[in-house]
Design a protein around this ligand. Sequence first.
Ligand code: MN3
Length: 242
Amino acid sequence: MKTRREFMQTALKAAVVAAATPPLLSEAACAPAVSLKSITAAQDLNFVQAPLPYAYAALEPAIDAMTMEIHYSRHHSAYVKNVNDAIAAEGIAYSTEAEFFANTSKLSTKARNNGGGAWNHNFFWMVMKPGGGGAPSGKVADALNGAFGSIEKFKEQFTAAAMGRFGSGWAWLVLDNGKLKIGSTPNQDNPLMDISELKGAPVLALDVWEHAYYLKYQNKRNEYVANWWSVVNWDEVGKKLV
Ligand code: MN3
């Protein structure tokens, strides 16, 4: 049995690899002009749960360890398993995540919801880090100031999107044709989906499902959102602005 230290070292190494090759962008960049489905079924899309790049307790006090553990090891892992089950059972032939989401309108509800859940959480873990938050600087600050007038106005608008999403869903900052936009999606939909009203490449995301905060915050989504800013990984946001 691995010690916790060994486990974390393995997880961190895997996270470094994952960070170097974001799944969507790397697959999109390598997407073949012709689907490989015609060549071999082994090329079928398979969603992977990225290793959590920090310990369950690392984002405390903003996000408590038990919430992180349940969120990652039960909710997220279930989305990954269920979307892969749907892909296999339904013979879904897309070979990249980008292609899968661009054709969401043709997918089953199970494939749509669980595919979104698999991708959205992989993205969410990456845009947070222990000791994050603070004021963004450099090109992130320039981009947010340019698009929203000030960092404070950006945070206000993003918070409003997170608070205004009725029921379960996500708040997003996206880059759409060079323009930064804020919005939200219901359930596990995301801005890569053809059916989404909000479209663009995700830059920052916040999970506002109750499972993301209820153990610690109960009905106080506003406190969860306010504290979440202290773990935002602005370095990762900057990478997505390139
Ligand atoms: Mn969630």
